[in-house]
Design a protein around this ligand. Structure first.
Ligand SMILES: Cc1cc2nc3c(=O)[nH]c(=O)nc-3n(C[C@H](O)[C@H](O)[C@H](O)COP(=O)(O)OP(=O)(O)OC[C@H]3O[C@@H](n4cnc5c(N)ncnc54)[C@H](O)[C@@H]3O)c2cc1C
Length: 413
């Protein structure tokens, strides 16, 4: 494919992990690609910044584990191409009440998929496996898998941007896209920005994270049920003498704890002596008018008591030492949106959003899917029916689930 000046084969809007991966994948296929970002590249105002994201294959839905395995392969391939690492492999550990429906679905799912290797553990086995670090309550079970890991998000986004540039993509920041419309001469879509610039793309890919509902409504009138949540990442001080125990080298896993609240964490890596433990939830927000003071309160209390109970004697729980802000983009069923926008823009615009707090690990695969949808009109080898936009027209709650939501909304004030 060819293009020149302000003309491109594929214009990608939004340079978080999804847009950066899509730009790379499209450029790798020989397309002339433009990636537009409203803020500075690698800014901290969206969802893809920071020090750590978990990768795990243990999901209650049957369609995610094969995607994670493929994404894992693509993470490895990108690292080989660039020559440095953004992913550290660790074990992953899920735990929760034995009758918790989500955790039960995780277990059933893993048992069905031979490629996902897990061990089901009772309290005694958990004690033995993690040398007494986790103290699960009576009636809880644990699920240990080898296929976990920690990805460095900002470094990973930078990696895909570097790879995209290497493949010839053009990247421009401080370009807020305000218009996406059919080209009058039917050559594709005209993408215009707040700076007064205008570009012609045969196809356009929209990956604007928490801004998805806003931008899609502005350019097409479609109302998408994608709700941004303001959330926080908390780092707690490890008690003296236990620092090594909670590192990957000490055998500590990435983890998720099901139950009344969903708590997640990664081993101590990015800030020596501190560990990231957070609540999977947040407060509905407008991505352009965030209340940066809304974090602690409920969060500190809820996560603090979880730590007291589950990691007794290991971590100081009076307050987290570092709090960072981030945003989730929630759909009602917590499944992604990956589809053609439809309407007047038809198959010329592909939209990907609503990653609901668990999309980062899938970035390289989503990028490949988006490039294929834009270039070939179909994605190879991945079932996308759960990610259709039309599911919300059929049922406003989206895909039916037999277990509770993972992410809590409104929880912390
Ligand atoms: C605290 C936290 C923890 C998480 N933990 C995990 C985890 O452990 N594992 C996991 O897999 N996932 C995790 N996630 C989720 C994951 O980080 C997100 O799903 C992912 O980063 C979403 O990427 P994105 O590219 O869709 O959105 P974003 O990163 O928000 O990127 C969208 C980009 O579009 C730009 N943009 C918006 N509007 C415009 C416009 N009009 N013009 C131009 N540019 C525009 C924005 O500025 C932004 O840069 C976590 C998220 C958070 C917040």
């Amino acid at each position: 494919m060819e293009a020149c000046g302000d003309r491109f084969d594929v214009i990608v809007v939004g340079a978080g992990i999804m847009g950066s991966c899509a730009a790379y994948e499209a450029a790798k296929r020989g397309c002339r690609v433009l990636l537009l970002e409203q803020f500075d590249f690698l800014h901290h105002l969206g969802s893809s910044h920071g020090e750590s994201r978990t990768i795990r294959t243990t999901y209650p839905e049957e369609y995610y584990p094969p995607m994670v395995l493929e994404a894992h392969r693509l993470w490895e391939a990108a690292q080989s191409e660039v020559g440095y690492r953004v992913l550290t492999r660790t074990p992953h550990f899920d735990m929760g009440p034995a009758d918790n429906k989500s955790l039960r679905s995780v277990v059933v799912n893993c048992e069905r998929q031979s490629s996902v290797n897990v061990r089901l553990l009772d309290r005694a086995a958990v004690d033995e496996m993690f040398s007494g670090t986790f103290r699960m309550p009576e009636g809880w079970i644990g699920v240990r898998s080898d296929a976990g890991g920690v990805i460095k998000p900002t470094k990973a986004v930078a990696m895909f941007q570097a790879l995209a540039i290497r493949r010839g993509a053009v990247l421009k920041d401080h370009m807020e896209v305000t218009g996406i419309e059919k080209d009058e001469e039917d050559r594709g879509v005209r993408v215009s920005t707040a700076t007064g610039d205008s570009f012609l793309g045969k196809k356009c890919v929209v990956t604007v994270g928490p801004w998805t509902s806003k931008l899609v409504k502005a350019v097409s009138g479609h109302v998408l049920p994608i709700q941004p949540l303001h959330t926080t990442i908390c780092y707690w001080k490890i008690k003296e003498g236990h620092e090594h125990e909670l590192t990957p080298e000490g055998g500590f896993p990435t983890f998720a704890s099901y139950g009344e609240i969903y708590v997640y964490g990664t081993p101590s890596m990015e800030f020596p002596g501190l560990i990231k433990i957070g609540l999977h939830g947040g407060r509905p927000c407008d991505p352009d008018r965030r209340d940066w003071t809304s974090n602690s309160g409920m969060l500190v209390a809820a996560v603090g008591s979880w730590i007291e109970q589950m990691l007794p004697g290991k971590v100081e729980t009076d307050k987290p030492l570092i709090i960072q802000s981030c945003m989730y983009s929630m759909t009602p069923d917590e499944d992604f949106v990956i589809d053609f926008l439809g309407g007047e823009l038809g198959k010329d615009v592909v939209v990907a959003g609503g990653f609901s707090g668990h999309g980062f690990k899938m970035g390289p695969l989503v990028g490949r899917i988006l490039a294929e949808l834009a270039i070939d009109g179909a994605a190879d080898g991945v079932e996308l029916k759960h990610f259709r936009l039309g599911r919300f027209t059929e049922d406003s709650n989206g895909n039916a689930k037999d277990f509770d939501d993972q992410v809590s909304s409104h929880l912390h004030q």
